[in-house]
Design a protein around this ligand. Structure first.
Ligand code: ADP
Length: 344
């Protein structure tokens, strides 16, 4: 930024001009160079101080007004106001630096607000879209049952089961949305404890055993170069991450295939890999996969009942642990999601 001339500089410049005028006038009436020199010197000193003090006073009054306006919007320490009352300060540069900083703060704030507004708009659209399908499904089945299908023993249980599945999906989506809004609002807190990751894998395999069976998927747990799988993390949250990844591997993997959870050592961390031998994901989708509501193939996945929030939640959780999560995938070979955890 170009610095404006200081009040001292302006005062010096003005006093030189006034001294030149005075000296010229004196030379018109007197030929005594000594007197002209002394009077000009006195004029230079006196006018310099006069100009300087007047300028300082005038600028400070104006700047004080600007400053007070800024502080009406921004409650900050009043260190600058004190500085402005100091006659030796350079108020123009000080205030312009402060105004620039204030402008940059405001610009950042406006950008953040715009970002939040965009997020809210998209979020509301996505949420209503996600809720619409199961709500209309359940509504359809219930009304069909009420309109007479309830007495039809061929279909009544089937329709009720379908309605129940719709309700389950609704509950799941609402739970995922609650997690997302928790991350978004910053209310999210980790409860770090030491636990055995191997035991967590066994527990998760038990929970999703029936799902794996229904797709004839074999679940495998392996360790590479690790004696202990003790980690330091939030048990409940990491359980959620593992469930999301293993459920995805079963859902999008091959029927009759296998899903492997592997742990290996990485200095102070454990690397967890969840791999499937499914159809894989095209490269163009990989860097958007962890975005909220992102689905590779919305039609296929809709049948599977996904909301596109699982991976985004997993990423939030892993990053809150200051760890990383990523994906590697090859079309026709399978996908591997990997994340790190701190060793206990
Ligand atoms: P969803 O609820 O749709 O499963 P996720 O956020 O868990 O949402 O996953 C986002 C998308 O990533 C899925 O819809 C699917 O298209 C793709 N995906 C996730 N895991 C796998 C996987 N193991 N194999 C292939 N595609 C996957």
């Amino acid at each position: 930024m170009r610095r404006s001339p200081s009040p001292g500089f302006i005062a010096l410049f003005s006093s030189i001009i006034s001294t030149l005028v005075v000296a010229t006038l004196l030379l018109l009436f007197s030929e005594n160079w000594y007197v002209v020199g002394v009077v000009s010197a006195i004029n230079l000193v006196v006018s310099f101080f006069l100009f300087y003090l007047l300028l300082q006073y005038f600028i400070q009054q104006k700047i004080m007004m600007i400053y007070q306006n800024i502080y009406r919007f921004k409650a900050k320490d009043k260190k600058m106001l004190k500085l402005l009352n100091n006659p030796l300060s350079d108020p123009i540069s000080d205030v312009s630096e402060e105004v620039l900083a204030w402008m940059q703060d405001n610009k950042k704030e406006i950008l953040e607000l715009k970002e939040q507004q965009k997020f809210r708009r998209e979020f509301i659209g996505n949420v209503s879209h996600e809720l619409k399908t199961p709500v209309f499904n359940v509504q359809g089945y219930i009304h069909t049952l009420l309109d007479g299908a309830l007495e039809d023993t061929d279909v009544n249980r089937k329709f009720l089961k379908k309605a129940a599945r719709g309700i389950d999906r609704l509950a799941e989506t609402v739970e995922e949305l609650t997690s997302i809004s928790e991350f978004q609002s910053g209310k999210f807190k980790l409860n770090i404890e030491e636990f055995d990751f191997g035991e967590l894998v066994t527990e998760v395999f038990e929970v999703i055993d029936s799902m794996a069976r229904s797709r004839q998927v074999k679940l495998i747990f392996t360790k590479t170069g690790l004696r202990s799988t003790a980690v330091k993390a939030d048990y409940k949250r990491i359980r959620q991450v593992l469930i999301n990844l293993v459920v995805n591997a079963i859902k999008y993997g091959k029927k009759d295939g296998q899903v492997e959870v592997n742990c290996s050592s990485m200095d102070k961390q454990i690397l967890v890999k969840v791999s499937d031998d499914g159809a894989g994901i095209e490269t163009e989708h990989l860097n958007r996969l962890f975005d909220r509501f992102y689905r590779v193939d919305s039609h296929r996945n809709r049948e599977e009942g996904g909301s596109g929030l699982g991976l985004s939640i997993a990423k939030h959780i892993v990053e809150a642990h200051e760890q990383t999560i990523n994906v590697k995938s090859e079309r026709g070979v399978g996908s591997t999601f990997e994340f790190t955890l701190a060793k206990a």
